[in-house]
Every structure is written in C-alpha cells, then in structure tokens.
Design a protein around this ligand. Structure first.
Ligand code: PLP
Length: 366
C-alpha cells in the first residue's frame, strides 16, 4: 500500500458524521459568508490560542498581509523574516508594500535571533518569525529584541496550530499572529481559509474592516481593503476539527517519537529536535541528509510519498532577485535546502507505515 505524505481521506473517515452534520446545518441555515458559525469558530479558535481575538479571513497569505496592514506596516518599512520558509511569508511583506529583509535560520529551522538583531535599521518596523514545520521560534529573545527597538512581532503560525512555547500557544506569543487553514495544515479546512489572532482589539477590528472592502458603514468604505472573509462552510468544518486538534497533534508527536526511536542511530541523517521549552506539533517531519535526492527516489520506488520544504531559500528565488542577495549570504538555509526531505506524518499514520518508511531510510546508505 502506498504511503502518502498526508492522508486527508483517513482523517475524514474518522469524523465523517460530525462533518457531514455540520455541513448540512450550514447549507440548511443559508448563511454562507460570515454569520453565527464563523463567529463561533472565531471565539473558539481565539480561546484555543489563548488570545482575545480571532478574525477569519480567506487564507493564510491574506492573514499575513492584513496583519501587517493592521499594525501599520507599509511602504518604506522593512520586515525581518527567515530565508527558509514558504514563499507566502515574504510575499505578504511585499503585498503590504514593505520590504523583506532576510536572515538565516538556527538549528530549529526558525529565525536566528542574533542575526535578526544585526539586521535592524531605522526603517525596520516588524519581525516575522515563522514557526516552521510546527515548532515555535525562540520567542522570548525575539520579543525582548522587539521591545528594545519598538518593533511589532507578527507570527507566521501557518504550520503551528496548537504548538507551545513555555506553555503558551502559537498565536499568543507575538503581538499578532497569522494562521492558514489550507487543507493539509494541522488544522485544515475543505478549501482555503485563514485567521488573524491578536490580543489587540483595535488591530482585530482593523483586520475585519480591511477584509470586508474597508467597510466602516453599510455605504462607507474608509480604506481600500479587499475581499478576504472566512466561509461558513469552512468555519463549520474547522469547528469540528478544532475539537480533535489536541488529540491529532499528540498523535503526530507520537509518530515523531517513533521515527526518532527508529532512526536515532542512523548515520548521516539529522532528525528534527525539540528545543527546551518548546512543544513541536510536527506539521512536517523534516530530516536532513546529504543523499537527499537519492533517498527521495528510493522512497518513491517504495510507494512512499515525500516532500521538499523547501528546495530553494527565498533570497535566491527569482521573485526576490531585485532585493539583491547573492548566493552564499545565508549558509544554513542554502545548505539545508539541498538536504531537507519531509517524511509522511499525520495523526492516522500507524506503526507499520513508519516501519516501512524507516526501512527505506536504513537501506538507502544515507
Ligand atoms: C501555508 C503557509 C502560508 C500561506 O497560507 P495559505 O493559506 O496557503 O495562503 C504562509 N506561511 C507558511 C509558513 C505556510 O506554511
């Protein structure tokens, strides 16, 4: 049996009745954009994150753009972000009118705080740590740095629903945080979705206004906003799934533990590690090996899907060429993009499947 990278079908089958019922209720109720189901999800998700406010938006990229705009980041501003992340992190900075300033990652694959400190200029307005693969960035020193320089910290938490840093959840660690509910994320809709989470009531209200055409009265549009709202059908799916998220994250952590137990002694493969005080939710289980491409081929041959997150660091993507970064600027991101490979991980992944994946890794000579 082939082993996929993520198995949304298996998840659906485990919650089928709840999901079908929730969807049927929305269809019967006739409120499809906004309304009581969206509002209920926003309250529940804010509470889950330990934050005062959550605002549903159309996707994670919009969440980032709207969060930046809500806290006043725009043209002339610089935002510091990691070079190793999904392109949407930097894309959002550009779409908000600001300029991304890249820095390298540390050995947890998150923003290197010392390098971020070194890149602060008078134009810097915000820091955008990414809780990459499901592990929170090192937020205490980042928040202290932000405090010293009067900067905002915008969490890209698109891969870290439920992850904790010294007991607090992603989404309540910075000044404002952004989530994606793309289907494959740890909390995924059946289509696109996203949310902005913050303790700041003014910013939450601003995100809501900007995502609803800048509307401040039925016929008054104070800002040039956009159309970025969460559908009731997606909110209904998300409310059901949110009730299972802690269990699913715990199952992902057990799968990661199994991989570690099986692979710890394997030479030439670097496994993910959890930094002290951080609770990783393993959105992705990413290992590093110099023989990455050969290993990927062997996995494919064995019917095992794998992924590359990510094969090119953002400063070397054509889209950001005009920022002027030369190869060699960020040694870790550049070396690791050639070595990372994501192995299957999801709550329903069972021991036998993990064993099959591990056998391929052992046999690969990696
Ligand atoms: C998925 C993701 C996004 C974007 O979310 P979309 O919902 O796809 O727009 C942003 N940042 C990171 C790190 C992501 O993984």
């Amino acid at each position: 049996m082939p082993i996929p990278l993520v198995d949304l079908q298996a998840q659906y089958l485990s919650i089928r009745e709840e999901i079908d019922d929730a969807i049927a209720r929305v269809v019967a109720g006739g409120r499809f954009v906004g309304g009581p189901v969206v509002e209920a999800f926003e309250r529940e998700f804010a509470a889950f994150c330990g934050a005062a406010h959550a605002v549903g938006v159309a996707n994670g990229t919009d969440a980032l753009v709207l969060a930046l705009r809500a806290c006043g980041v725009g043209p002339g501003d610089e935002v510091i972000a990691p070079a190793l992340t999904f392109t949407a992190t930097a894309e959002a900075i550009v779409l908000a009118g600001a300029r991304p300033v890249f820095v390298d990652v540390d050995d947890t694959y998150t923003l290197d705080v010392a390098q971020a400190a070194a890149r602060i200029t008078p134009r810097t307005r915000a820091l955008m740590p990414v809780h990459l693969y499901g592990q929170p960035a090192d937020m205490d020193p980042l928040m202290a740095l932000a405090e010293r320089h009067g900067l905002y910290v915008v969490e890209d938490a698109a891969q870290a629903h439920g992850a904790r840093y010294h007991g607090r959840r992603a989404g309540s660690l910075g000044h404002i945080a952004c989530f994606s509910f793309y289907p494959g994320k740890n909390l995924g809709a059946y289509g696109d979705g996203g949310a902005v989470v913050t303790g700041n009531a003014e910013w939450a209200a601003k995100v809501r206004v900007l995502g609803d055409h800048g509307r401040t009265g039925y016929y008054e549009h104070r800002y040039v906003g956009c159309n970025s709202r969460l559908d009731a059908l997606q909110a209904a799916v998300l409310r059901v799934k949110l009730r299972h998220l802690d269990d699913w994250n715990a199952a992902r952590r057990r799968a990661a533990e199994r991989y570690r137990a099986r692979l710890a002694s394997l030479h030439g493969v670097v496994l993910p590690h959890e930094a002290p005080g951080r609770e990783h939710v393993y959105h992705l289980y990413v290992v590093r090996t110099p023989g990455r491409d050969a290993l990927r081929e062997r996995l494919t041959q064995a019917g095992i899907q794998s992924g590359l997150h990510y094969p090119v660091p953002l400063h070397l993507q054509p889209a950001y060429a005009d920022l002027g970064y030369a190869p060699g600027t960020f040694p870790r991101s550049e070396a690791w993009t050639g070595e990372v490979i994501s192995l299957p991980i999801y709550a329903e992944l069972h021991e036998g499947q993990i064993e099959s994946v591990c056998r391929v890794l052992e046999g690969s000579g990696a």
